[in-house]
Design a protein around this ligand. Structure first.
Ligand SMILES: Cc1ncc(COP(=O)(O)O)c(C=O)c1O
Length: 424
């Protein structure tokens, strides 16, 4: 029996309707910007394997640092112990992020980084004798699949079975061009629930899984200032926008208003191993800094601060900051920019880019994530040996920084060559 057939018998995949008995291509290796198929063919990974793989696959320097760490130790419990790589990583990320963050809390992935941020935000107020039960979030936002993260994500088919169990969140319009209404919505909410609002969670500059929704920077600044002036906490979920994706090192670096809490994952380890980080500034940390254990953040995971994950994160950060890599980010950003400026296709709408992300909507097709067009587009590009996985009719390119000009041009060409059957 083939691996695909054995997979279909025993594996339950994420976001998958198994009713159709899908047979997934088998990946047996990966290097640079390519995934290697069992058949020997290679697929150009134009979305960095769910946005994690910023330097490409099997990067030799990251592998070297992984090997080095693995020879020393692999895992140590992180309550009651520490290790040098975790400390180095915390120091470096704090310095790199700036904006007043001063502490790093470790977890395992993007959703857990968000869970920790939410706990920090609610307990911050509770530790000061104020129970604030409402958070603000943008419509169309996505922050992960655990219960807290689902609660602050837009209500959708994905979380519908759990609606009765999600905590209440006030969703407001995204700060996109022409949506100044968001400020009126905010004023109304504060007029009615002001004392109960703990803060706001945002994906700074781009709402990723919700459809690559680009924020208008002045409007986002205005929203965040409004909340901050009323002492609400600002949580920046940079799980997607971190590590050079938006052209700056972090999404918040485009903004005048600094977050109080920051969530990082995905590109943090260059896609080599799972790791989450939640950063906070002194204001938040001090609310937990008490002799009373009940005021501490009583949260942790078995693999919190995993040695190997921290080793690869340190290596990935080193690579990220090299001039050669920053040039690659600029080069991809410039190429996206020229594509966006010159593309003139009656059926592509809202062609846009920011940093290494380029996105567009195709035709006036039904825009939902579950629209069947998503799967046919995915298959069309796979047929061209390119990995693109649209969000509904939103097609986006978010390549590893290792992608060459020729490879990126190939991706653009395959988009421009989309056959008519994809349009209505
Ligand atoms: C902005 C944002 N937050 C959180 C998450 C959840 O991360 P993970 O899939 O690692 O749990 C994602 C994943 O796509 C994301 O885009």
């Amino acid at each position: 029996m083939s691996i695909s057939e054995r997979d279909a018998r025993s594996v339950w995949h994420p976001y998958t309707r198994h009713f159709d008995s899908p047979k997934f291509p088998v990946i047996t290796g990966a290097s640079g910007s390519y995934l290697h198929l069992e058949s020997g063919e290679k697929i150009l990974d134009a979305i960095s394997s769910w946005w994690v793989n910023i330097h490409g696959h099997s990067h030799p320097y990251i592998l070297e640092k992984l090997h080095e760490a693995a020879q020393e130790m692999q895992q140590v419990m992180f309550a009651g112990f520490t290790h040098p790589r975790a400390v180095d990583l915390a120091e470096r990320i704090i310095a790199l992020y700036g904006r007043g963050v001063s502490k790093a809390f470790f977890s395992d992935n993007g959703s857990t980084a968000v869970e920790v941020a939410l706990k920090m935000a609610f307990q911050f107020w509770q530790n000061q004798g104020k129970r604030k039960s409402k958070l603000l979030a943008f419509r169309g936002s996505y922050h992960g699949d655990t219960f807290g993260a689902m609660s602050v994500s837009s209500r959708s088919l994905f979380n519908e079975p759990f609606w009765p169990f999600l905590f209440e969140v006030q969703f407001i319009s995204s700060p996109i061009k022409g949506q100044d209404d968001v400020l009126t919505e905010l004023a109304n909410l504060y007029a009615h629930h002001g004392d109960d609002i703990a803060g706001i969670i945002v994906e700074p500059m781009v709402q990723g899984a919700g459809g690559m929704i680009f924020h208008e920077v002045d409007l986002l600044n205005a929203v965040l200032s409004y909340v901050k002036e009323r002492s609400g906490l600002i949580i920046a979920d940079e799980v997607m926008t971190g590590f050079g994706r938006t052209g700056k090192l972090f999404g918040s670096h485009h903004l005048l208003v600094s977050p109080d809490i920051v969530c990082l994952s995905k590109g943090l380890t260059g896609g080599m191993l799972p790791l989450g980080l939640t950063l906070a500034g002194d204001k938040v940390f001090e609310a937990f800094n008490s002799p009373d254990i009940s005021r501490a953040l009583l949260h942790g995971h078995s693999f919190t601060g995993n040695v190997l994950s921290t080793a690869v994160a340190l290596a990935s950060l080193e690579l990220l900051l090299q001039e050669e890599n920053l040039d690659k980010i600029r080069r991809i950003s410039d190429m996206h920019q020229s594509f966006v400026l010159k593309v003139s296709h009656p059926l592509f709408h809202n062609v846009r880019c920011l940093g290494t992300l380029m996105a567009l909507e195709i035709g006036d097709l039904e825009g939902s994530y579950t629209s069947p067009i998503k799967e046919s587009l995915h298959q069309y590009f796979l047929g061209k040996n390119i990995l693109l996985r649209p969000l509904g009719n939103t097609l986006y390119v978010l390549p590893p920084f290792s992608i060459t000009d020729d490879e990126l041009n190939l991706v653009y060409e395959s988009i421009l060559d989309l056959p008519k059957e994809f349009y209505r």
